[in-house]
Write a protein that binds this ligand. Structure first.
Ligand SMILES: [Zn+2]
Ligand SMILES: [Zn+2]
Length: 76
């Protein structure tokens, strides 16, 4: 995955090995920039906790609303 700088410029981002303490990519290294990577959740990662947080905040549209229907009188 390209870093934020390379993503904006659409340039080749070559990230060093994971065991490297300095994760600055080749482009940022040449420009002496601070290399930052987007915090995107990888596929296959369980992110159910975030979904429940949405519900807790009431961001869901399908919230349970009390029905205000008038009583129906059935003659019979
Ligand atoms: Zn980069
Ligand atoms: Zn970078």
């Amino acid at each position: 995955m390209a870093c934020l700088f390379c993503r904006e410029r659409k340039i080749g981002c070559i990230r060093p090995a994971e065991d490297e303490p300095d994760q600055t990519c080749n482009q940022c290294l040449r420009r002496r920039r601070s290399c930052r990577y987007p915090t995107e959740s990888r596929r296959g990662h369980h992110a159910r906790d975030r979904m429940t947080a949405r519900k807790f905040l009431g961001l869901d549209d399908d919230a349970e609303t009390p029905a205000t229907e008038p009583p129906v009188a059935t003659a019979g």
